[in-house]
Design a protein around this ligand. Structure first.
Ligand code: CTP
Ligand code: MG
Length: 556
């Protein structure tokens, strides 16, 4: 089981043609099957957004004849693809080949005849299909095949990992289980496109795009859906005509700042989503956050959504992560495992608080990979040096320039296995001088901390910001203690000194077990302090949250 891994194919599942990650040791057979040309982030986004515009979402009975269903819909035009999934009922995602098919389908669609309630007459691309003679039609029908939209349970994952043949292939197995599927990625773009339809009532030229882990290649099934309401197309002015004696300008409402404009826009769009958005529930306007947002749950797709606007820097950081994730297959494999490990031990949490976030962990992993000899990925400054004129991006005074074409970036010469990288990751951060140094992926070098936050990870674009300002000392200490313990376990196994018998979880599987956490305190105070201490930590986290107005959403 310690043999070098021969992992399975794990292409980056963001472009619809399946662009793959760069060659890594043991991936020869995988690489021969996929195209080496990788699409740029804007190309993938444009393609997916256009595809979503031609797609409808239909709530249908679980027992339905797929053949009759497709025949019925194909009266409206050619269907490119379809699939079923479950979320508060059975849903079908149907992608037509032409946008016109949707208008044709809408023409024959009735508004609901509800007896005791009243329907808000907003027509969207979200439909309900019912059977005319349900008892007869559904009688002999088997339920349709539904695509999974969530990850397997950790216990099942641990079992799977145990049958891998190396730590390296364990990491790839975890990534294969956790990464977004093609279907789930399509559904995320569709959810954005449905919200865009609502926002278009006010701003006909707007687009709603996903950002963050839904598109940066590090998304896990079940992760939240970060949405960006893009109004830039509206604001883009045509070049001034040189002919004629006049200029024409729109009269527009003026407000004191961009922040106030964003708050007002999100406030009305939030109301629209709340009042007219089919399937949108639990709408919360969090307009006082550093980056104002509207949070809601989109029930038909099952996504927890965070809608922001005027957040171009976060879009650039999503693109940067996409580039890093597409450069070398080891990058995503390491990040997925570290994120999964952190979640298993409560280092990260779904609740905002003084915890390390997935975004911070990703930055730490990227920094670690920049520090290898030779480096596995370039620094942001090196990516900036490779940039073309069209890659130049200055957003609100912040330099967000970097090469966007992955194909132009020379692959690394580094051939280290993930067995080595995982173990060294834990050793590196188990011994990192967090008290004096900050992490900086722009330079790929640790630097003196400019202020005394326990964990300082410089925002790569808004360089005066610390993306982990919310993390307190005790959370950082837990991370360090666990990292040391994990480095130790992996090193013992490597020396053949493992205390674990063959039937017990080993490698990455052993690191995901709760027993690691309880062993790791080594004479210091226990992981779970007395209840009073835990309550105090929770209260502190709430205070921090209020003070920083949801620092966790800081860069959104
Ligand atoms: N972001 C940022 N600075 C922060 C927090 C977030 O720039 N302090 C940006 C990043 O581009 C990040 C995106 O906002 O990817 C979305 O944030 P979040 O949802 O917290 O992180 P994700 O990367 O989407 O990870 P997760 O899977 O945990 O949602
Ligand atoms: Mg997110």
């Amino acid at each position: 089981r310690r043999a070098p891994g021969r992992p399975r194919l794990s292409p980056v599942r963001l472009s619809s043609t399946g662009a793959a990650a760069q060659r890594a040791p043991g991936r020869e057979e995988a690489d021969s099957k996929v195209s080496s040309w990788k699409k740029t982030f804007p190309e993938v986004q444009a393609e997916r957004l256009e595809q979503a515009q031609r797609t409808v979402l239909i709530n249908c009975p679980a027992k339905i004849s797929e053949k009759k269903f497709l025949k019925y819909l194909s009266h409206h035009g050619k269907i490119n693809s379809h699939y079923f999934y479950e979320s508060y009922g059975t849903y079908a995602v149907v992608e037509f080949s032409e946008k016109d098919s949707i208008a044709s389908l809408q023409d024959i669609t009735r508004t609901p005849g509800i007896e005791e309630e009243c329907a808000v007459p907003f027509k969207s691309r979200l439909f309900t299909l019912t059977l005319k003679n349900s008892s007869i039609q559904a009688a002999d029908q088997a339920p349709v095949h539904c695509h999974k939209q969530s990850t397997i349970l950790v216990n099942d994952l641990v079992q799977k990992l145990c049958s891998a043949d190396s730590v390296s292939s364990q990491l790839y197995t975890l990534m294969d289980e956790y990464q977004l599927t093609e279907e789930n990625t399509k559904l995320r773009f569709l959810a954005c496109s449905l919200i865009q339809e609502i926002a278009c009532a006010y701003f006909p030229e707007c687009t709603v795009k996903p950002f963050g882990s839904s598109v940066n290649t590090f998304g896990k099934l079940g992760c939240d859906l970060d949405m960006f309401l893009d109004l830039d197309e509206i604001e883009r002015s045509p070049t001034r005509t040189k002919t004629g004696p006049f200029y024409m300008e729109y009269q527009m409402k003026r407000v004191p700042s961009q922040r106030i404009a964003s708050q007002r826009i999100l406030s009305v769009i939030g109301d629209c989503i709340d009042n007219f958005g089919p399937g949108c529930v639990g709408v919360q306007k969090i307009l006082n956050a550093r980056c104002p947002l509207v949070r809601f749950s989109h029930q038909p797709t099952g996504f927890q959504c965070d809608l922001t606007t005027n957040n171009r820097v976060a879009m650039r950081s999503s693109e940067l992560l996409y580039i890093y994730g597409s450069l070398d297959s080891r990058v995503r494999a390491l990040v997925f495992s570290v994120r999964c490990w952190a979640r298993a031990h409560g280092i990260t949490s779904t609740i905002p608080g003084p915890w390390i976030t997935n975004f911070s962990l990703t930055m730490m992993a990227l920094f670690f990979l920049q520090k290898r000899t030779p480096p596995i990925i370039p620094t942001l400054d090196q990516l900036k040096d490779l940039a073309d004129a069209e890659d130049k991006h200055i957003v609100e005074g912040h330099d967000c320039t970097f090469a966007s074409n992955v194909n132009k970036i020379k692959p690394t010469e580094n051939t280290e296995t993930l067995d080595v990288l995982l173990s060294d990751f834990f050793e590196y951060f188990g011994n990192f001088a967090f008290n004096k140094n900050s992490i900086n992926i722009r330079k790929g070098k640790e630097q003196n901390k400019p202020e005394p936050s326990p964990l300082y990870i410089q925002n790569p674009f808004e360089q005066a910001l610390n993306i982990s300002k919310n993390v307190n000392q005790s959370q950082l200490d837990r991370f360090v203690a666990l990292a040391r313990e994990c480095a130790w376990i992996l090193q013992q196994e490597d020396k053949g000194h493992s205390s674990l018998s063959n039937s017990q979880p080993w490698g990455l599987a052993a690191l995901l077990l709760p027993s690691v956490a309880s062993n790791c305190v080594k004479g210091k105070k226990k992981r779970k302090g007395p209840a009073s201490e835990r309550i105090k930590s929770l209260l502190d986290s709430l205070k921090i949250n209020n003070a920083n107005s949801l620092v966790n959403n800081g860069g959104k």
